[in-house]
Design a protein around this ligand. Structure first.
Ligand SMILES: [Zn+2]
Ligand SMILES: [Zn+2]
Length: 294
């Protein structure tokens, strides 16, 4: 088994020093669960290099002042770590014998993805996850933020789901990332459109993923959220399987307790769909490994 989506720090934590011991503790927990390879995939927006590149990106977005302010606060709460130290520490962990991949979780910054690609090309990443966590400046998945959650009662779910899909498609078209993280994250807070629209959304999501030729993440994080199901839905998974899509497994842990969380349950889902291979990455090149030997 693999866990290809791990964060080092909870969203609320401000100090962000990374040590080899810290990675070793994640690895120890993963080994206890029978996981043979992990990828550390911290958010790009944790690093001061992202701020130098993308600072005040929200000012170009057409949203309410309230939402833009909220995004500004969120951004500066998270910025602080040094990408060079992060990369060096993970390389050190590899040299120490830990089966860890150097990754990053990358959001969609409209019109700025070429700059993001240029920054990231300076580092020896193994895998880059692509994510949509916000629609313009609305953090639709920030369950702890009242301003963001209040938006769900002000907006039509169909429009929110459509706009999410549009941003995801634009992100995938940039070809900056390797894996589509939590592909139907828009369901996180449990606000669904009607069944017919949901099915249309899911079919379009499948087409977008297949067209991108990227790997899809199967994530257990949704079981820890109001929606209480894995990402993506079983319908999306089974359609992707029929179209020969490739998958990684992911907990999206933000602390050691969630490392490897329910990854075995994800493996069982893939097995039930008749899949016996899984995707792993080295230097951004995908290789399929056995679901059970991995
Ligand atoms: Zn994410
Ligand atoms: Zn994540």
């Amino acid at each position: 088994m693999i866990d290809y989506h791990l964060h080092l720090w909870p969203h609320t934590q401000r100090d962000k020093n990374l040590t080899l011991d810290f990675i070793a503790s994640y690895w120890e927990k993963a080994c206890e669960l029978g996981i043979s390879e992990i990828a550390i995939t911290e958010h790009l927006f944790r690093f001061k290099q992202a701020d130098w590149l993308l600072s005040k990106w929200w000012e170009c977005e057409e949203d309410s002042l309230l939402l833009r302010h909220s995004m500004e606060n969120y951004w500066y709460m998270h910025i602080g770590a040094d990408l060079d130290v992060y990369v060096d520490t993970i390389i050190e962990a590899k040299k120490a014998g830990i089966a860890v991949k150097l990754g990053l979780e990358v959001d969609f910054y409209r019109g700025k993805m070429d700059k993001v690609a240029k920054l990231l090309s300076d580092y020896p990443f193994d895998v880059l996850l692509g994510s949509v966590h916000w629609i313009s400046t609305w953090r639709f998945d920030d369950l702890s933020d009242q301003i963001s959650m209040d938006e769900w009662s002000l907006r039509d779910a169909k429009t929110a789901w459509s706009r999410y899909l549009g941003s995801l498609e634009e992100l995938l078209e940039t070809k900056v990332v390797d894996v589509i993280a939590h592909p139907d994250l828009i369901k996180v807070a449990g606000f669904f459109p009607d069944e017919g629209f949901k099915r249309e959304f899911e079919s379009s999501l499948v087409e977008i993923i297949i067209k991108s030729e990227l790997v899809t993440e199967l994530s257990s994080a949704g079981w820890r959220k109001p929606v209480n199901e894995q990402y993506p839905s079983i319908f999306v998974l089974s359609e992707l399987t029929k179209r020969n899509a490739k998958f990684t497994l992911a907990s999206d842990a933000h602390n050691i307790n969630d490392v490897g969380s329910k990854v075995n349950k994800l493996r069982d889902i893939l097995h039930s769909l008749g899949l016996y291979k899984i995707a792993a990455f080295t230097q951004r090149t995908v290789k399929e490994i056995n679901l059970y030997d991995s």
